[in-house]
Design a protein around this ligand. Structure first.
Ligand code: SF4
Length: 74
């Protein structure tokens, strides 16, 4: 759980540019906070939205299995 202090420490100087490049369509307060976004998804054996093309991203399935299935050859 975030505390006020933790949130303040996590303010990112790249927030605005990160937001411009964020492809996530989910309503989430980690948007633009890429370090926290990645940490969150790693903890759940997932990848962030930016690893998925738009159609896959919209499913909100961020699992590693989904990512591997997309890149499966043959
Ligand atoms: S990828 Fe996940 S953690 Fe990151 S902004 Fe989107 S929903 Fe939030």
């Amino acid at each position: 759980m975030y505390t006020g202090v933790m949130r303040k420490l996590s303010e990112c100087p790249n927030l605005q540019s990160n937001l411009k490049n964020c492809s996530c369509t989910y309503s989430c307060d980690l948007k633009g906070r890429c370090c926290e976004c990645l940490r969150n998804h790693r903890a759940n054996n997932e990848l962030p939205a930016c690893y998925f093309p738009p159609e896959a991203e919209k499913t909100y399935d961020r699992s590693i299995g989904k990512f591997l299935a997309m890149h499966k050859r043959g």
